[in-house]
Design a protein around this ligand. Structure first.
Ligand code: PLP
Length: 395
């Protein structure tokens, strides 16, 4: 594989030809749970880490390794693992950061609902102090760092569902000055839009279930980091056992080959849908990172540029829960489904899904109301998507 290949070339080819002399254009799926060793000596060397190869599927699998290699090349990192889900990836990243009893972790209030719950239950019970705060303001972030002296910070490049964009380059510098590791969940932006490791993030996490796979048929996660994280990441996989299956790895790796065109087109579609919905005047609010009245518009332009704004549009309908239920039940093209990032357009109602474990006050603090719905824009014609939403909002 050539060293200087650019992003789209990498998406199509990274991870090819890693195994054997046959070099099939698509890697076969290796379901084997173990691999025979040619001699006791060679197994001994393999287990000692002196030789490359495979022994037991929880310790490594060719399909998983090919996917990880591709993601490392795409995100520009030195090491990585793949996990059975995005949640396992976040958990592994927290472990890799070195968080232990008595440490503090600072987390953006806008991260994925289950990430907040993971921290406030399992990690809190394990003796880690969890500080949840609005980290949109760089000045406020700096003072939070100084006050709480966290070991790790967890943020997302584009938040869910209100699509706030954080200044990851500036935040990484501040976190490092304070001696904290920066963990960035890049699920919503994908490496097409940004590569947080280039901005100083220590660990980058993906729910591969979303855009990386892209077709709504495989669950998985990826964690990427530096050499210093390698041992802990592999230890996590071997001992917690949250491994990705070979078939899922193969599907996600295949998805990756079209990520460039999918994400660019879905982003362009989302921009168009956001504009049409905004102009319709039918909604109390339309959130899209590249709309000028979005709260983090200036940061989005600064760190992400003005071409790609991501493929999610969030709306505040006029009304409350009853109106939202009626809206969802009248969508025809856009599917009501609790995921994001597929080639199909999807609608999610945070109140009953991603944020149902938060209180109304907590949601209000984040800016999520009873009328907030999230639209994940797919590959359909943007006019059809927008008209489906407008029709459902006017019945
Ligand atoms: C979906 C999601 C996760 C969790 O991933 P799973 O694959 O569902 O476990 C984490 N972070 C973000 C931003 C997500 O959208």
């Amino acid at each position: 594989m050539a060293a200087g290949w650019r992003r789209n070339t990498l998406m199509v080819h990274a991870g090819d030809g890693m195994f054997g002399d046959l070099e099939p254009t698509a890697l076969p799926i290796y379901p084997a749970t173990s691999f025979r060793s040619r001699s006791a000596e060679s197994l001994d060397q393999l287990m000692a880490g002196q030789r490359q190869g495979f022994s037991y599927a929880r310790h490594g699998n060719p399909n998983v390794d090919a996917l990880v290699e591709a993601m490392m090349r795409l995100e520009g990192t030195e090491t990585g693992i793949a996990t059975g889900s995005g949640m396992a990836a976040i958990d592994a990243a927290l472990y890799a950061s070195g968080l232990a009893v008595g440490d503090r972790v600072l987390v953006s209030q806008d991260v994925y609902g289950a990430s907040l719950s993971l921290l406030s239950t399992i990690w809190r019970e394990a003796g880690v102090e969890v500080i949840v705060a609005d980290l949109t303001e760089a000045g406020f972030f700096a003072s939070q760092l100084e006050q709480s002296q966290p070991k790790a910070v967890l943020v997302e490049t584009i938040s869910n569902p209100l699509l706030k964009v954080l200044d990851i380059p500036a935040m990484s510098r501040l976190a490092h000055d304070a001696g904290a590791q920066m963990i960035v969940d890049n699920t919503f932006a994908t490496p097409v839009m940004c590569r947080p490791a280039e901005w100083g993030a220590d660990l980058v996490v993906h729910s591969a279930t979303k855009y990386l796979g892209g077709h709504g048929d495989a669950m998985g996660g990826v964690v990427l980091g530096r050499h210093e994280h390698q041992d802990r990441l592999h230890q996590y996989l071997k001992l917690r056992g949250a491994v990705l299956g070979p078939f899922e790895a193969w599907l996600i790796h295949r998805g990756l080959r079209t990520l460039g065109v999918r994400f660019e087109r879905q982003s362009a579609n989302a921009k168009r849908v956001a504009k049409m919905l905004y102009d319709s005047g039918l909604f109390a609010h339309v959130y899209y990172p590249l709309l000028e009245d979005h709260p983090t518009y200036t940061t989005a332009r600064k760190v992400l540029g003005d071409i790609l704004g991501g493929a999610v549009v969030t709306l505040d309908l006029k009304g409350g829960k009853n109106e939202v239920f009626r809206f969802i039940d009248h969508l025809e093209l856009v599917a009501s489904a609790t995921t994001v990032g597929d080639i199909y357009s999807l609608c999610l109602y945070p109140l009953i899904a991603s944020h149902r474990n938060q209180t109304r006050e907590e949601r209000a603090k984040m800016g999520i109301s009873d009328a907030t719905v999230r639209i994940s824009v797919g590959l359909e014609d943007p006019e059809d998507i927008a008209l489906d939403i407008i029709k459902a909002a006017t019945v």
